[in-house]
Ligand binder design. Structure first.
Ligand code: AMP
Length: 218
């Protein structure tokens, strides 16, 4: 079972993917997370990707396809939630080939829709634990002690690309990318649109409902 989550920045891909992974025991593959890991570790790939990520631009296809390939093949026997991949038609085509190598294919594409205002409000208030990756929001989900992770005591930081100017850039880039991918998957009858506004739980129930209706995950 392979499910793709599409959303604008702040649309809740990562949050919903984590909940779905727990609920259905699937693997969660996030290219954004993998790239940020490479950046933090200062690997050659991370250094190459950093100028794109920090400007809110797409990292070149060959880098992204290279980093997800191994993880996708390793997740062969389990269901997979793809968060942030594919983002271009070249990536979508590469995904088809990678899946076909192991007799798999894309089963469902969920498109979470939100307004630009919601995007800025959600992302500018987001804080992430530098140690364990747990996410908080200054208004909607603050930690018990300001700046400290409830889960591991690590320090909370703001992602470099979560500042207003870069968020606007990411939104512009994502509009082009999503409309192309929506066409690509709608032609195959795989696309489902879901209202991404509302609480995390409300959106999660909408997603589970659509998954139950269209797949074996009922
Ligand atoms: P995300 O965590 O999905 O919002 O991704 C954060 C940033 O990582 C994006 O703004 C891009 O710079 C980069 N990125 C993540 N996934 C991809 C991808 N599939 N293709 C190109 N760039 C990506």
């Amino acid at each position: 079972m392979t499910v793709i989550l599409l959303a604008p920045p702040g649309g809740g891909k990562g949050t919903q993917a984590k909940l779905l992974t727990k609920h259905y025991q699937m693997d969660h593959l996030s290219t954004g997370h993998m790239l940020r890991g490479a950046l933090q570790q200062g690997t050659p790939l991370g250094r190459e990707a950093s100028k794109f990520v920090t400007a809110g631009l797409l990292v070149p296809d060959e880098i992204v396809i290279g980093i997800i390939k191994e993880r996708l093949l390793a997740a062969e026997t389990k269901g997979v939630i793809l968060d942030g991949f594919p983002r271009t038609v070249a990536q979508a085509e590469a995904l088809d080939h990678l899946l076909a190598d192991t007799q798999r294919s894309v089963d469902l594409v969920i498109n979470l829709e939100i307004s630009p205002e919601t995007s800025i409000q959600r992302l500018s208030g987001r804080r992430v634990c530098g140690q364990c990756g747990m996410e908080y929001h200054l208004l909607f989900y603050p930690p018990s002690v300001a700046g400290v992770c409830d889960q591991c005591g690590g320090g909370l930081v703001q992602r470099n690309d979560d500042v207003e100017e870069i968020i606007k850039n990411r939104w512009r880039v994502s509009e082009d990318e999503r409309s192309t991918l929506q066409d690509f998957y709608a032609k195959r009858g795989l696309l489902r649109k879901i209202d991404g506004d509302g609480t995390i739980d409300q959106v999660f129930h909408r997603v589970v409902e659509v998954l139950g209706r269209t797949t074996q995950y009922g």
